[in-house]
Design a protein around this ligand. Structure first.
Ligand SMILES: *Cc1c(COP(=O)(O)O)cnc(C)c1O
Length: 225
C-alpha cells in the first residue's frame, strides 16, 4: 500500500509539467502514508486540520525531516481560535478570505517574528455558504493583505464549484484572469507567484488553465476509507 502511494506520486510527477508543484492533500491520512508520498517526491503537504497537522509533524519522526523534505500548507477553513497554532506550524496558509482572518494571522505572525506567505481563497463561482472571498471583493482584500507587514501575499487558491471536469474550465480561467487583475494593482509587498487550483478529478484542466499548484488527495493516496 505504501509502495502504491510512492508509485502514484512518481507517475503524477512524470505526467505534469516541471513548473507545476503537487500539494499532497493529506487529510485523514496516516504519517506512514504521508511519508510514502514524500518518498515519491512530494515536497508540499496540505492539511485541513490544525490538530492533525501538529500530530503529523511530530509523528514524522522529527519536525526536521518534514522541514527539510517537505513544507506544510494549510488548505482548510481556518477558524480564528486556531490561528495561533496554525501560524506556528504552517509554512503557507492558502485560504485567507477575510480581513478579520488576515488581521489575526498578521498579529500572530508578528508575535513570533515570522513573515507568513499566504494565498487568498476565492469563491470563484460566487456560491453562497462557501468559503472564499467573492470575486468583487478580491481587489480590496488583496490591497489589505499587501499592507500587513507580517503577511506576504503570493497568489490565489480556489476550490471551484462541484462540477464535472469540463464545467470547471471557465472558473479556472476566470481565477487566472483575476490573478492577473490583482497583479495590475501593483502591490509593492506581494509576489503573485502561485495559482492553486485543481484536485484529483480536475488537475489536468486546471494546469491547462494556468495552475502551478495542484492539490491532490485521492490520486495519491487512493479513496478514503
Ligand atoms: C481534500 C482536498 C483536496 C484534494 O481532493 P481530492 O479530490 O482527493 O484530490 C484538495 N483541496 C482541498 C482544499 C481539500 O480539502
Amino acid at each position: 500500500m505504501y509502495d502504491q502511494i510512492t508509485q502514484n506520486v512518481r507517475r503524477l510527477l512524470g505526467e505534469i509539467p516541471p513548473y507545476v508543484t503537487v500539494v499532497a492533500a493529506a487529510k485523514t491520512r496516516t504519517p506512514d502514508e504521508i511519508r510514502a508520498a514524500i518518498d515519491g517526491g512530494v515536497s508540499i503537504i496540505g492539511e485541513n486540520y490544525v490538530q492533525e497537522a501538529a500530530r503529523t509533524k511530530i509523528e514524522l519522526g522529527n519536525s526536521d525531516r518534514l522541514g527539510a523534505e517537505a513544507t506544510l500548507h494549510y488548505i482548510g477553513h481556518l477558524q480564528l481560535n486556531k490561528v495561533k497554532k496554525a501560524v506556528e506550524i504552517f509554512d503557507v496558509i492558502e485560504t485567507v478570505d477575510t480581513k478579520r482572518l488576515a488581521d489575526e494571522l498578521n498579529a500572530q505572525a508578528k508575535r513570533i517574528n515570522k513573515v507568513l506567505p499566504v494565498l487568498i481563497e476565492i469563491n470563484i463561482a460566487g456560491e453562497p455558504q462557501k468559503a472564499g472571498v467573492m470575486p468583487d471583493q478580491l481587489p480590496e482584500l488583496a490591497l489589505y493583505l499587501d499592507s500587513l507587514p507580517n503577511l506576504r501575499l503570493q497568489g490565489l487558491m480556489t476550490m471551484g464549484p462541484r462540477l464535472e471536469e469540463s464545467g470547471l474550465r471557465k472558473y479556472f480561467a476566470e481565477t487566472k484572469r483575476l490573478l492577473g487583475s490583482i497583479g495590475q494593482l501593483g502591490l509593492p509587498n506581494s509576489d503573485l507567484l502561485y495559482l492553486s487550483m485543481g484536485m484529483s478529478n480536475s488537475y489536468r484542466i486546471a494546469i491547462e488553465e494556468g495552475a502551478n499548484l495542484i492539490r491532490l488527495g485521492t490520486a495519491i493516496f487512493g479513496e478514503r476509507a
